[in-house]
Design a protein around this ligand. Structure first.
Ligand SMILES: NC(=O)c1ccc[n+]([C@@H]2O[C@H](COP(=O)([O-])OP(=O)(O)OC[C@H]3O[C@@H](n4cnc5c(N)ncnc54)[C@H](OP(=O)(O)O)[C@@H]3O)[C@@H](O)[C@H]2O)c1
Length: 165
């Protein structure tokens, strides 16, 4: 099972200047509970924006740079190799971004775990369009903004429609 996990604005915004666009600790908790103890795959820019390896998960970072190193992560030069390797470690693999990596893995993924933040944001990186001919929403949970979480948002799960059925 390959799951893409992303938080997106209404306009599919993902980030700007290599940073996230909102303060939503509830979403960070949700991200942690879903991904912990599973391998996670990310692009080099997302790794740099996080600034460290995420604990209790095998962190696979894809980069084509030849002389780039960082602590506590596995650097892989090909995205497909990273996925193959992650699948050997665990049945459930999470793709955690960013924009370039999501674009290249939408076709390979089985499930999307989307946090839809109920606002449009100015951004320089966007999530690909979720084609409802391909993806079916199977779960949705609304959360209202509060003193710690700056925006209303939904947790949504999409599964790929199996055309063989
Ligand atoms: N809202 C969210 O849920 C979320 C999640 C993650 C990230 N983000 C945001 O997204 C932005 C970063 O996304 P991004 O699109 O700029 O970058 P990215 O996807 O994180 O990383 C792109 C880099 O990955 C490497 N790469 C891409 N495709 C590859 C392939 N096929 N094989 C090997 N390496 C490959 C390249 O690294 P090299 O240049 O080193 O070769 C490329 O420059 C930030 O603003 C971040 O905050 C948001």
């Amino acid at each position: 099972m390959i799951t893409i996990i992303a938080a997106i604005g209404k306009n599919n915004a993902l980030g700007k200047d290599n940073q996230l666009l909102w303060r939503l600790p509830k979403d960070l908790k949700h991200f942690k509970s879903l991904t912990e103890n599973h391998p996670i795959i990310m692009g080099r820019k997302t790794y740099e924006s996080i600034g460290k390896a995420l604990p209790n998960r095998t962190n696979l970072v894809v980069s084509r740079k030849e002389n780039w190193f960082a602590e506590d992560i596995l650097i892989v030069s090909k995205l497909k190799e990273a996925i193959k390797f992650a699948k050997k470690i665990d049945e459930e693999v999470f793709i955690i971004g960013g924009g370039e990596i999501y674009k290249q893995t939408m076709e390979l993924a089985d499930r999307l775990e989307i946090t839809l933040v109920e606002e449009d944001f100015e951004a320089d990186t966007f999530f690909p369009k979720i084609d409802l001919k391909i993806w079916q929403k199977v779960n949705e949970e609304f959360h209202q903004k509060d003193e710690k979480n700056d925006h209303d948002f939904y947790f949504q799960t999409y599964e790929k429609i199996n055309k063989d059925q």
